[in-house]
Write a protein that binds this ligand. Structure first.
Ligand SMILES: [Zn+2]
Length: 188
């Protein structure tokens, strides 16, 4: 687990390398750092779709950290990045193809996509900015409907598939062949 001061230094390093936000497991809980303050909502309206989707991305990481513990998250995150570099991916693809990032980016892109359609932005604001705090699982009147949740789930699945295809394509073919040859040699 990382202390607050150390986490802030890692976050600065990430911002220097073009990240807009980063989520880290900390001693006192999961911490989200952003390059500039995120303001997804203004009152009950979505103020910035991009900020909203980025918050979604970081919350996916927070759930991942809860799912497998912070220490394992960090170890696996760095190991996957290292592996991707080793097999010849460019640094940007190596980062985007870490399995945690594939999931988080798919979530982020799905949010951007469906909020650009029809009345979805207002419906989303109803669901996410206007929750009834006494009963958080029913919102206060402007029900976003099951259809919106279904549309999001379908878009998320689609974005996951797109990301996985991109990551397959990001592996140089020679590397793929080399690894297949290695596997064959080991299994023969
Ligand atoms: Zn991320």
């Amino acid at each position: 687990m990382i202390s607050g001061e150390y986490a802030a230094r890692i976050a600065q390093l990430a911002f220097d390398n073009d990240a807009d936000a980063i989520t880290l497991p900390g001693v006192f809980g999961t911490m989200v750092f952003a390059r500039s303050p995120l303001r997804p909502c203004a009152g009950f309206q979505i103020r910035s779709t991009m900020d909203f989707a980025l918050v979604g991305h970081e919350l996916v990481h927070a759930l991942q950290i809860n799912r497998i513990t912070g220490a394992r998250f960090l170890a696996q995150y760095l190991a996957e990045y290292g592996y991707n570099i080793t097999i010849g991916m460019a640094p940007k693809a190596a980062y985007e193809c870490i399995s945690f990032e594939v999931e988080a980016f798919a979530f982020q892109h799905a949010l951007e996509q469906i909020m650009a359609r029809g009345n979805n932005k207002a419906l989303f604001a109803g669901a996410c900015c206007d929750l009834d705090l006494n009963s958080p699982f029913t919102n206060s009147g402007r029900n976003p409907t099951k259809a919106l949740a279904d549309e999001f789930a379908a878009e998320f699945k689609k974005q996951l598939a797109i990301a996985q295809l991109k990551c397959k394509a990001a592996v140089p073919p020679s590397t793929t062949i080399r690894i297949l040859q290695m596997i064959r040699r080991i299994t023969e």
